[in-house]
Design a protein around this ligand. Structure first.
Ligand SMILES: NC(=O)c1ccc[n+]([C@@H]2O[C@H](COP(=O)([O-])OP(=O)(O)OC[C@H]3O[C@@H](n4cnc5c(N)ncnc54)[C@H](O)[C@@H]3O)[C@@H](O)[C@H]2O)c1
Ligand SMILES: O=C(O)C(=O)C[C@@H](O)[C@H](O)[C@H](O)COP(=O)(O)O
Ligand SMILES: [Zn+2]
Length: 359
C-alpha cells in the first residue's frame, strides 16, 4: 500500500493507494471512526463495487446503512441532498456518524456536501471508484452541487478523514469514463510537471490495460501534485485556481449542452481552447500545444466538436467562480508544466478560442 499525506494542519489526512479493499476496516480504526456508518453510492457503483466494499467494512463488526442515488451528473442537485438528509434523520444519525462516499465525483461531491452541512459537520471518507475521482475529485475538499444549470454553484470546502483509493475498481468502469478521468490527469501534468506529462503520454496503453504498477504510480503522482497545490491554498484564494485549467470554457460547455458530455470530456475541450488562446497570445509554442492535443486525442478524448454554440458558451462562462468585476481570469499555459493566471477581457479573442473547437 502506498500512502500520500495531505498536510493541512488539523485537517490533514492520508490517501491510501491500494489494489483491493482489504485494508479498509483497518483504515477506519486508524482514523478512530466508530460512529454510525452511511455508505452513499450510485446504482452503477453499487452493482459493481457495493458488496465487496460493504463486506470489507463489516469485517470490523460495523453496521452499514446504504443510500443509493441515480448515477450521473443530473443527480448532483439539492433534491438529492434533501433526500439524503431525510435518510440520515430517519435513521437517527448523530454527530459522530461517518458518511462514506463510494463512487465517482458525483457521489463524492454530493456526500461531502451533506457531510459538511448535516449537524454542522460529520465525518467524511472518500472511496473514489472512477479514474476522475481517484485523480482529482476525492482530494482537496471541494464539495457541492449544481444549481439551475450552473456547475458547482452551491458548495463548501470540507476535507475527508481519509481517502481509500483502490485502483482495481477501475476494472468495472466503462472505457469512456476512463478516458474522461484521464483529462484531469493530463491537466495535472500540463500545469505542474512536464516529466509526469511524458509518463502519461508514454503509458496510455498500460493505463487502459489496468497495469497495477502504472495505475498506482499514476495515482501517487496525481495526488501529490494536486495535494501540493491544495496544501498551499486550501480555499482557493490564489494558486489553487490553476487546478481550474480547462474549466472556464469546459464548465460552460458542460452546462450549455446539459451534461450530454462528461466533465472530463469538457475539460479536454476547455484545455484545447485555453492552449489555443495562449498560442494566439504568443505565450506558448505551437509545438507544445500540438503535443497536448495529440496526447488528448490518443487517449480518445474530444479535442473538437461538430458544432459549438460560441455565443452561448461565452455567456455561460460568466458563472465561473474566477469571475471578478465581470472579468474572467483564464489559466493559460506558458509551456507543458507551467501555467499563469491572466485576465482576458477581449471578447473577440475569447470567442476565437472557443471557435477553435469547431471541427
Ligand atoms: N470536487 C472536486 O474537486 C472535483 C474535481 C473534478 C471533478 N469533480 C466533479 O466530479 C464529477 C465527475 O466525476 P466522475 O467523472 O467520476 O463522474 P460520476 O461520478 O458520474 O461517475 C462516472 C460514471 O461511472 C460510474 N462508475 C464510477 N465508478 C465506477 C466503477 N468502479 N465501476 C462501474 N461504474 C462506475 C458512475 O456510476 C457514473 O455512471 C463532476 O460533477 C465534476 O464536476 C469534482
Ligand atoms: O480542486 C480544484 O480546485 C479544482 O478546480 C479541480 C477541478 O477539476 C474540479 O472540477 C472542481 O470541482 C472545479 O471547481 P469549481 O470551483 O470551478 O467549480
Ligand atoms: Zn474538473
Amino acid at each position: 500500500m502506498i500512502k500520500v499525506n495531505i498536510d493541512l494542519g488539523e485537517r490533514s489526512y492520508p490517501i491510501y493507494i491500494t489494489t483491493d479493499y482489504s485494508s479498509l476496516a483497518k483504515s477506519m480504526s486508524l482514523a478512530r471512526l466508530n460512529g454510525k456508518l452511511a455508505l452513499i453510492t450510485d446504482n452503477n457503483v453499487d452493482k459493481a463495487q457495493g458488496e465487496a466494499c460493504i463486506e470489507a467494512l463489516k469485517s470490523n463488526g460495523l453496521k452499514v446503512y446504504k443510500y443509493v442515488i441515480e448515477a450521473g451528473e443530473k443527480s448532483k442537485n439539492l433534491d438529492t441532498i434533501r433526500e439524503i438528509y431525510k435518510f440520515l434523520i430517519d435513521n437517527k444519525f448523530e454527530r459522530n456518524s461517518v458518511l462514506i462516499a463510494l463512487g465517482g465525483g458525483v457521489v463524492g461531491d454530493i456526500t461531502g456536501f451533506v457531510a459538511a452541512t448535516f449537524l454542522r459537520g460529520v465525518n467524511f471518507v472518500q472511496i473514489p471508484t472512477s479514474l476522475l475521482a481517484q485523480a482529482d475529485s476525492s482530494v482537496g475538499g471541494k464539495v457541492g452541487v449544481d444549481f439551475e444549470g450552473k456547475k458547482n454553484i452551491i458548495g463548501a470546502f470540507y476535507q475527508p478523514k481519509f481517502v481509500y483509493l483502490n485502483v482495481n475498481t477501475l476494472k468495472t468502469l466503462p472505457v469512456r469514463e476512463i478516458q474522461a478521468g484521464m483529462a484531469e490527469i493530463v491537466k495535472h501534468g500540463v500545469i505542474r510537471d512536464p516529466e509526469f506529462f511524458d509518463f502519461i503520454d508514454y503509458n496510455v496503453s498500460k493505463i487502459f490495460n489496468f497495469d497495477e504498477d502504472v495505475l498506482q504510480y499514476l495515482a501517487k503522482v496525481n495526488c501529490t501534485i494536486k495535494g501540493s497545490v491544495v496544501e498551499q491554498d486550501e480555499k482557493e484564494s490564489g494558486l489553487r485556481a490553476i487546478l481550474n485549467f480547462g474549466h472556464t470554457i469546459g464548465h460552460a460547455i458542460e452546462s450549455v449542452y446539459e451534461f450530454k458530455y462528461l466533465h472530463g470530456e469538457c475539460v479536454s475541450l476547455g484545455m484545447v481552447a485555453a492552449l489555443k488562446m495562449a498560442c494566439d497570445l504568443e505565450m506558448i509554442e505551437e509545438n507544445d500545444v500540438q503535443r497536448v492535443v495529440e496526447t488528448l486525442d490518443k487517449i480518445g478524448l474530444p479535442v473538437r466538436l461538430d458544432h459549438i454554440d460560441v455565443d452561448e458558451v461565452y455567456e455561460r462562462m460568466f458563472f465561473d467562480k474566477k469571475v471578478k468585476d465581470n472579468k474572467i481570469t483564464f489559466v493559460l499555459p506558458k509551456s507543458i508544466g507551467e501555467v499563469i493566471q491572466c485576465v482576458v477581457e477581449d471578447e473577440a479573442r475569447i470567442k476565437k478560442a472557443i471557435s477553435h473547437l469547431q471541427s
